[in-house]
Design a binder for this molecule. Structure first.
Ligand code: F6R
Length: 353
């Protein structure tokens, strides 16, 4: 791939915009392998799913947890890798499906987790962008993200590819036809979500001097709130606190004084009434809010509204709602005088030890 036009953050910016094509490529290329694994899982469902991942991949895993539990009814554990890798616990994983998610396929403790889980009798799957990686070698099955190389240190297109892989896999495992069909609209919707870039640039300009903010949502998009806050910390060096909208109302709302910056992700779906009530409360408290939604009523409570296209299904909204948030991380990083392609605290591979 030719390097993008010189300038800070150009890899990140380019890869954010590549996502509609990356998702289309993933659906074209990997769907048969995902469907085959999904069918096998439908015949012999596990009793438990364990998702092992770090950082951005762990945020994709959190989305996977909501989807697997609500749609498939199988309890999910988000792995704490050190339980195996440092404490040497002897987990009983015989009837478990253990999925390791790693863009690089090289995070050593995720590889070790999958290796150990396999030795303990779990069925193991690697979800990675690198077919030749140690993670792929360690697992029984590998699902490829097919995004092409990710040059930006801050992961963007591999995150949405992980979301798509998880939603396709779970939909195939339960035979959710309508949800499967919904995936075909994703590239178009993602393209429309990227068209909010001017509005996002405006938010970045207004927020360029803030020291802290809250990022909140609930349900499937709790993962989007975590991923947004992670990107804001990594690339903007901003203290961005992710919090579930339910938890926010139980006490922490106390930090929201007049002018306090809050990002609220409020897609239509089961959570909307709750998120709309929060938006109205934040407006009454004179918080400095940015509300991201396709719902006109909730957008009316926003300090700055970011209008989104309608997602075909709440369960596919994280795939679309994260895009303006990635753009915000990019533009805010630049507005604060940083280079998001050279984040001072981040390497491409996480080494926990
Ligand atoms: C964030 C980021 C990191 C990685 C984490 C795991 O932008 O890129 O948080 O997600 O280091 O890396 P992988 O997925 O390669 O195991």
């Amino acid at each position: 791939v030719a390097p993008p036009r010189a300038g800070p953050g150009q890899w990140m910016h380019r890869e954010i915009h590549e996502q509609p094509q990356a998702v289309a490529r993933l659906c074209d290329g990997e769907w048969p392998a995902i469907a085959a694994l999904g069918r096998r899982l439908r015949r012999t469902p596990p009793d438990l799913v364990v998702l092992a991942a770090r950082g951005t991949s762990d945020n994709a895993a959190l989305y996977g947890r909501y989807l697997i539990e609500t749609l498939w009814g199988i309890p999910v554990s988000l792995a704490a890798p050190s339980v195996l890798t440092v404490y040497g616990a002897r987990l009983r994983l015989r009837r478990a499906l253990v999925i390791g998610l790693s863009q690089s396929g090289a995070s050593p403790d995720i590889v070790e987790f999958i290796t150990t889980a396999r030795a303990r009798g779990a069925r193991t799957v690697a979800v990675t962008n690198h077919g030749g990686s140690p993670l792929a070698a360690a697992a029984h099955d590998t699902l490829l993200l097919r995004t092409g190389p990710e040059r930006s240190v801050a992961a963007t297109k591999t995150y949405t590819a992980q979301l798509v892989t998880l939603s396709l896999l779970v939909s195939e495992a339960v035979g959710a036809r309508r949800l499967l069909e919904g995936h075909r609209q994703l590239p178009t919707l993602m393209g429309r979500a990227l068209a909010v870039e001017d509005r996002v640039r405006d938010v970045a300009r207004r927020w360029r001097r803030i020291d802290e903010c809250l990022v909140t949502s609930r349900g499937y998009n709790y993962a989007t709130a975590l991923e947004t806050a992670l990107k804001l910390k990594e690339t903007c060096y901003l203290v961005a606190e992710p919090i579930s909208a339910a938890d926010l109302l139980h006490g922490p709302i106390a930090v929201v004084e007049r002018g306090f910056p809050v990002l609220l992700l409020a897609p239509p779906g089961r959570m909307l009434p709750h998120l709309a009530a929060l938006a109205s409360r934040l407006a009454r408290q004179r918080a400095r809010t940015v509300v991201v939604s396709s719902d006109r009523a909730v957008l009316r409570h926003a300090g700055v509204p970011v209008g989104m296209p309608d997602a075909p299904d709440e369960r596919l909204s994280p795939h679309v709602y994260v895009l303006p948030m990635q753009l915000l991380a990019y533009h805010l990083s630049r507005a604060r005088g940083h280079d998001p392609d050279r984040p001072r605290g981040l390497r491409k591979i996480t080494r926990a030890r």
